[in-house]
Ligand binder design. Structure first.
Ligand SMILES: [Zn+2]
Length: 142
């Protein structure tokens, strides 16, 4: 059974035994975009739960918010721009759809200006921290 993660992996023209090139990692051949939406929503809900717990002096609400906030990074997802697949970030290393396989066989890495996952994560983290900082400063100014 074919799953969404390996969609397009089996290609008789490209997957002939003995012709598969060996690569250390597929990362240079993948066009992946990080999607932190679920993480940001989880952090917002966690903040509201913890804040509500503090105001009502309810420890379980506060602990639920804390646990959700700490576990939220596990919700980080990736989108493949080649096949449109969405998958959990740690599973990206095994993602090889038809176009990724073609790039591997042609030994042609992704466009040089396409940002790496690390750079995208740094951008999203910095943007999120700036927004959170602005909201907190606005709250303190009241
Ligand atoms: Zn793909």
């Amino acid at each position: 059974m074919e799953t969404g993660l390996d969609r397009g992996v089996r290609d008789p023209e490209l997957d002939q035994p003995g012709r598969r090139p060996r690569v250390e990692t597929l990362a240079p051949f993948q066009l992946l975009v990080v999607n932190p939406f679920l993480v940001l929503v989880a952090w917002l809900v966690a903040f509201l739960l913890a804040r509500h717990g503090v105001h009502l002096k309810r420890l379980p609400w506060f602990l639920a918010g804390l646990a959700l906030g700490l576990g939220a990074p596990l919700l980080l997802q990736c989108h493949c721009l080649d096949c449109g697949g969405t998958f959990w970030l740690p599973k990206r290393a095994r993602h090889s759809c038809r176009r990724v396989s073609a790039r591997v066989h042609a030994n042609q890495s992704r466009p040089a200006l396409f940002p790496s996952l690390i750079l995208q994560l740094v951008f999203w983290t910095a943007s999120t921290l700036l927004i959170i900082g602005a909201v907190l400063l606005r709250g303190l100014a009241r």
